[in-house]
Design a protein around this ligand. Structure first.
Ligand SMILES: Cc1ncc(COP(=O)(O)O)c(C=O)c1O
Length: 355
C-alpha cells in the first residue's frame, strides 16, 4: 500500500532526491566509488558544495553581501551561534513556541534578552502582534514557522534593527526578501535533505561587531572564508540538498512551490473546518501551510485513537500531533504531493461518514 508521509521532520523528500542520492551512494559522479567513502576535498564533491551554495542564492534571490554556509550541529546549534556572533549587549526575541524559547534560553548566556512578546499562556496557538522592538537591540530573532503548534509568519517583518530568523520548517516554501535579514538558518530535515546539515544565509557585514572571543568552529567567518570546508562537512546531506534544490528549480522555483503549498494547505483546512469530527487548534490568520494541526471536536474526543488507527490503515504516516500540542499534525512540506493531501482528506471524509 502506498504510504503518505506526513512526518514533521525528518520528513518526506522528493522522489528525485531519494533516487539520485541512492545512486550516488552506489557510484558518485562516475568515480566508481560511493559518496560515503570519498574525500570532501575531491574536485567532484567540491563541485557539489559550490553548486549547492550557488543554487540557494539563485532560488532565493540572495543579494550580494551575503554568504551561504552549510554546517553541522542542527538548527539547535544556531541558537547559540547567533548570539555568540551578534549579541553585544541586548537582543530582542519573539516567543512563539518551544524552538523560539530554546533559542531565548541560549541567548541569555550571552547578554540581555528582551522577550518582546509571547503566546505561551495560550499554548502558542497564535502569533503575538503589536509588540515593540527596542531600537537599541543588536537584533530581533523570530521563528517563521512553529513546527509543533502549526502557526506561521508567512511574511518578512519590517524592523529597524538587524533581523535573524529560524526558518527550519518553512525554508523554500515561499519567496523570501533576504535583504531584510542578517541571518537566516534552517535545519535540513524538513524542506531540504536528510538530517545532518544546517543551511545558513548570513550578511557578512553583520559579523565582527562583538568583542568576545569566538571559538573558531562557532565563528561564521571561519566557514565563510573556507567555503564550508573548514572541517569535514556532512557530505551526503549536502549532496541530497543539491538534488532537492535542483528539483525545486525544475518545479519552477519557490514561487511555483508556494502556489502548490497554498493549495495543499487550503484543501486540508477546508476539510478540517467543514468536517463535523474535527477542528483546527490555532488562530485562523496564523495557520501554517507547512504543519496543519487539528483535534477532534469536543463531542467526538473519544474517537481520536480510532481515527489514528483508521488513518494508519489507509497508509497515513506521521499524523500524530506533538506531545505538547496533542491531536493530529499533518506536515505538508514542499515534497508532499497534493495527491497525498487528497488521500488524507478522503480518509477524514470516510471516517466522518461512519460516525
Ligand atoms: C523551527 C525549528 N527550529 C529548530 C529545530 C531544531 O532543529 P535541530 O533538530 O536541527 O536542532 C526544529 C526541529 O524540529 C524546528 O522545527
Amino acid at each position: 500500500m502506498k504510504k503518505h508521509n506526513f512526518s514533521a521532520g525528518p520528513s518526506i523528500l522528493s522522489e528525485f532526491t531519494i533516487k539520485t542520492t541512492a545512486a550516488a551512494v552506489e557510484n558518485f559522479a562516475g568515480m566508481g566509488l560511493s559518496i560515503l567513502e570519498i574525500s570532501h576535498r575531491s574536485k567532484e564533491f567540491v563541485a557539489v558544495s559550490d553548486e549547492a551554495r550557488a543554487m540557494v542564492k539563485e532560488l532565493l534571490d540572495v543579494p550580494s553581501g551575503y554568504e551561504v554556509v552549510f554546517l553541522g550541529g542542527g538548527a539547535s546549534l544556531q541558537f547559540c551561534m547567533v548570539p555568540y556572533n551578534l549579541l553585544a549587549k541586548k537582543a530582542a526575541y519573539l516567543d512563539t513556541g518551544t524552538w523560539a524559547s530554546n533559542a531565548i534560553k541560549e541567548a541569555k548566556l550571552f547578554g540581555e534578552v528582551d522577550v518582546v512578546a509571547s503566546s505561551k499562556e495560550a499554548n502558542y496557538t497564535y502569533i503575538p502582534k503589536g509588540y515593540t522592538i527596542p531600537e537599541d537591540a543588536d537584533y530581533f530573532h523570530f521563528t517563521s514557522n512553529n513546527t509543533i503548534y502549526g502557526t506561521e509568519m508567512r511574511y518578512d517583518p519590517d524592523v529597524k534593527v538587524r533581523m535573524v530568523c529560524d526558518m527550519s520548517s518553512d525554508m523554500f516554501s515561499r519567496p523570501v526578501d533576504v535583504s531584510k535579514y542578517d541571518i537566516i538558518y534552517a535545519g535540513a530535515q524538513k524542506n531540504l535533505a536528510p538530517a545532518g546539515v544546517t543551511l545558513i544565509i548570513v550578511r557578512e557585514e553583520a559579523l565582527g561587531h562583538v568583542e568576545r572571543a569566538i571559538p573558531t568552529m562557532l565563528d561564521y567567518r571561519t566557514h565563510i572564508k573556507k567555503e564550508s570546508m573548514f572541517n569535514t562537512p556532512p557530505v551526503l546531506p549536502i549532496y541530497s540538498a543539491l538534488q532537492t534544490l535542483k528539483w525545486y528549480k525544475e518545479q519552477g522555483g519557490v514561487k511555483a512551490i508556494e502556489k502548490i503549498n497554498l493549495e495543499k494547505a487550503a484543501i486540508l483546512y477546508d476539510e478540517i473546518d467543514g468536517n463535523k469530527l474535527f477542528k483546527g487548534t490555532v488562530a485562523v490568520e496564523d495557520r501554517s501551510i507547512m504543519n496543519v494541526c487539528f483535534i477532534m471536536n469536543d463531542e467526538y474526543k473519544e474517537l481520536e485513537a480510532d481515527f489514528a488507527s483508521f488513518a494508519a490503515a489507509a497508509g497515513m504516516v506521521g499524523i500524530k500531533g506533538h506531545r505538547s500540542a496533542g491531536g493530529f499534525r499533518a506536515s505538508l512540506y514542499n515534497a508532499m504531493p497534493k495527491s497525498s493531501v487528497e488521500a488524507l482528506i478522503t480518509c477524514m471524509k470516510e471516517f466522518e461518514k461512519q460516525h
